[in-house]
Design a protein around this ligand. Structure first.
Ligand code: DC
Length: 224
């Protein structure tokens, strides 16, 4: 087996399931590189909005995705709009356009196969990592939680950042985004057939990370 192909870990799931924290901490634990692919879609969505365009419009979104320099993404990380719900909605809209997904494919695939800093592997989180970006991943984890608990977590996170939101508005926002991500005709968000489901509804984040580490270690043991 090609050793590079075997060191990709796909962590997929809907918004606020905990997949980002799980993927980031999994990567740190394993010494692997980590890529939050949602940030790519968020950066494209925001750049469309900032230039006065409509994120649903392929004529605005596709060139924005083609122009995106993922290597310069670090500079965007400090922009609070990137992680805001406005950024999430814009990302979800541009993510429904095939030309946007095509433009972002190669960077993600490359990252998975050739992790930066000569890391031994890569953890990617998103919606289509196990199905499209890395169908050959060593482990695919699909993270789930009820909409209510996801809204509660996201609400507390936004509140701690000083954003003025209500929990019911956060739930509504999540449900709109879920519906769009799951029902879009282009690469709808769904678990890979061989994904292991990890339900975090009744887990603390530490318990969820520990469960993900166990899943990966079991797979590594089974391979050796
Ligand atoms: O993971 P996130 O919440 O930051 O993602 C924001 C939006 O981007 C999500 O609602 C759908 C889109 N997205 C996608 O279509 N494919 C990915 N691999 C990652 C995100």
């Amino acid at each position: 087996m090609n050793s590079k192909l075997s060191n990709i870990i796909a962590v997929d799931g809907l918004a606020a399931t905990g997949k980002g924290t799980i993927a980031r901490r999994l990567a740190a634990h394993l010494g692997y590189a980590y890529l939050d692919t949602g940030l790519l879609y968020r950066a494209v969505g925001l750049s469309v909005i900032v230039s006065g365009g409509d994120p649903f419009d392929p004529a605005a979104a596709i060139p924005a995705a083609q122009k995106l320099d993922p290597a310069a993404l670090d500079a965007l990380m400090d922009d609070p709009r990137l992680r805001s719900d406005v950024g999430g909605q814009a990302a979800s809209k541009v993510g429904a356009i095939q030309g946007v997904r095509d433009a972002l494919f190669q960077f993600q695939r490359n990252f998975a196969l050739n992790p930066p800093d000569s890391k031994a592997g890569a953890v990617l989180d998103g919606r289509d990592i196990g199905t499209v970006i890395a169908p050959d991943a060593m482990v695919k984890i699909y993270v789930e939680a009820t909409p209510e608990i996801r809204a509660r977590r996201r609400f507390l996170e936004l509140q701690s950042r000083g954003e003025n939101v209500t929990e019911s508005a956060v739930l509504e926002d999540l449900q709109t985004r879920d519906a769009r991500d799951v029902s879009r005709s282009v690469v709808p968000a769904k678990p890979a057939e061989d994904a292991i489901h990890l339900d975090t509804t009744n887990l603390t984040i530490d318990e969820a990370v520990a469960a993900a580490i166990r899943i990966v270690e079991d797979r590594q043991k089974a391979r050796s």
